[in-house]
Design a protein around this ligand. Structure first.
Ligand code: NAP
Length: 524
């Protein structure tokens, strides 16, 4: 059986001892093992800071961009193999697998292009110089320079390719070395991505490490120049955030956690119209793509009371065509959830929402025999639509993320104020989407939810045909959200580099400050 290795200090290293067993979630067959013990992450971090950091900082933005381009191409060159592995280890359909793998190469390429536009500089210039005092002899200028530590990236199970790539793209472009640690349960894809990176020869020694073993206590050993970037559940985020070491050393952190993302249908949208169909397509895609295991997936669907029966009927009609089963079997359109733990968690989540008062309109927590899967095997869940009468009826729908193909239809009175208030019950989210052609409704609802989100998507008839839905975290736009969503900010073009750069105000003799700043590139 294949054993996953880790890549640290510029070489492949074997862990040993207790191992995580990686399985095919459609058949429960064992695929490989990831031993968890024996890695010296403290030493690896020291190597990354000393060797990787120095090498990256010596490179210009253009050189770092060329490295990212090569990493993107390395993924693309092994695309078919990676897609196969994502189907095997993640329960992904081929289309789900492309979402992850192409998202990884696409994000690296997007940052390669951004980096190329920054040219031969090694730091960024932030804003204009300001004259200080009465004469222009003394001036001040803000610069953004790479931190001299290591970035420890902790990633969730659901995007094993995109997860490592999107975080590493930003950190490496900033000039900061990375140690990436995926959730081992789906790390087969990440491992193969890392092999492609290493084989490309594009990585300077110490620039990027991969841990497929235990995460150890590196969080407790990070120092004042280091960065912790976490993606995962709100529960783990809260535990990590409370670690005294992070406060003691003012470690820069970013937390991307879970979110009860919302879709809001406006009262003006007519049944059967193009916008109605777009809304239904978005809900169905988010429920079924990656079997609902996307942090951005729509979980709460707010519909005017007068339309909610019609939406329920149309949604069920569409979801009834979903074929749940082994992604390798013909005709299957939705795979299993990724792990047994995930299956238990989704079933428990459905049961808890029903016990709290939600009505199950489709699906439920009962076992499902997947098409093309061995009898009684595989972690399958039926697409599940729950329904509650109004936003105040079942408070748990605003608090419990069921990380699977599950969404709840919730009636509201059709006003923008009520919609915004209902969305805000989620306590901070990654993305909310509004569907309407009523400009006043859209403006009031957008501004009513804006402070509670990292992204607001506004779908009107004008965007039909050009719409990509709310589920895609784009490199150009912010990914993250306040409150429950973790309070983080990732991507967003050059904004994402902020986590890895120190803003410093340089104050001195005006012409000298100007000369120093000329070596940098103006951001934005
Ligand atoms: P998780 O259980 O919270 O774990 C996330 C990662 O943290 C895993 O790699 C986990 O590995 C690691 N971890 C846990 N405790 C740790 C500790 N004490 N020190 C260091 N690392 C630790 O989440 P998950 O089940 O992998 O992912 C699903 C969740 O992620 C969902 O709630 C989803 O909404 C969220 N998510 C959010 C985003 C976003 O961008 N906002 C994106 C994707 C997913 P071990 O289990 O091995 O400890």
């Amino acid at each position: 059986m294949e054993t996953l290795r880790s890549y640290l200090e510029g070489r492949w290293i074997d862990a040993h001892g207790t191992a995580e067993t990686l399985v095919n979630p459609a058949t429960e067959e064992t695929l490989c093992e990831a031993p968890q013990e024996g890695l010296d992450l403290d030493r690896a971090a020291a190597h990354a800071r000393a060797v990787g950091g120095a090498r990256l900082r010596a490179m210009t933005f253009a050189e770092r961009a060329a490295m990212l381009k090569a990493l993107s191409q390395a993924i693309y060159a092994r695309r078919d193999h990676l897609l196969d592995l994502a189907m095997l280890n993640g329960g992904n359909t081929r289309s789900d697998a492309k979402f992850d793998v192409d998202g990884a190469s696409g994000t690296l390429m997007a940052y390669a292009e951004l980096g190329a536009s920054l040219g031969e500089s090694r730091f960024l210039v932030d804003g204009d110089a300001v004259s200080l005092g009465r004469s222009s002899r003394v001036a001040g200028q803000h610069l953004l320079v790479p931190r001299e530590g290591v970035a420890y990236h902790l990633n969730a199970f659901n995007f094993p390719a995109w997860g490592i790539a999107e975080k590493a793209a930003v950190a490496l472009l900033a000039g900061v070395p990375v140690i990436a640690r995926p959730n081992p349960v789906t790390a087969l894809v990440t491992y193969e991505v890392m092999k492609a990176f290493v084989d490309s020869g594009a990585l300077p020694e110490g620039a990027l490490g991969l841990v497929t073993g235990h995460h150890g206590d590196l969080v407790d050993r990070l120092g004042p120049q280091d960065v912790l970037a976490f993606t995962g559940s709100s529960h783990t985020a809260a535990l990590l955030r409370a670690r005294p070491n992070l406060a003691a050393h003012a470690v820069h952190t970013n937390f991307e956690a879970d979110s009860l993302n919302a879709a809001v249908l406006g009262a003006d949208v007519e049944r059967g119209s193009d916008l109605w169909q777009l809304f239904l397509s978005d809900v169905v895609r988010d429920m079924t793509q990656k079997t609902g295991q996307k942090c951005t997936a729509i979980r709460r669907v707010f519909v005017p009371e007068t339309l909610v029966d019609a939406v329920e009927e149309d949604l069920i009609e569409r979801l009834s065509t979903v074929k749940v089963g082994n992604p390798n079997a013909d005709g299957v359109t939705m795979g299993p959830v990724a792990t047994l733990a995930q299956l238990k968690s989704v079933r428990a989540g459905i049961d808890a929402l029903v016990a709290a008062g939600a009505r199950c309109a489709l699906g439920g927590s009962a076992p499902v025999q997947g098409l093309g899967a061995p009898e009684g095997r595989g972690f399958f869940v039926a697409p599940t639509v729950l329904r509650v009468d109004d936003p105040g009826a079942v408070s748990l729908v605003h608090a419990r993320e069921v990380f699977g193909p599950v969404a709840t239809l919730i009636g509201y009175d059709g006003s923008a104020g009520a919609a915004a208030a209902a969305v805000r019950l989620g306590q901070g989210g990654l993305v909310t989407t509004l569907y309407s052609d009523d400009k006043r409704f859209l403006t009031e609802a957008t501004l009513g939810v804006a402070a509670w989100h990292g992204r607001v998507c506004v779908a009107s008839s004008k965007v039909v045909g050009a719409w990509m839905g709310p589920g895609v975290a784009l490199p150009q736009l912010l990914h993250g959200g306040p409150g429950r969503a973790g309070g983080g900010e990732e991507l967003g073009g050059l904004r994402g580099l902020g986590l890895y750069l120190q803003r410093v105000a340089v104050q001195g003799f005006g012409p000298w400050v100007e000369q120093l700043s000329a070596g940098g590139k103006r951001a934005g």
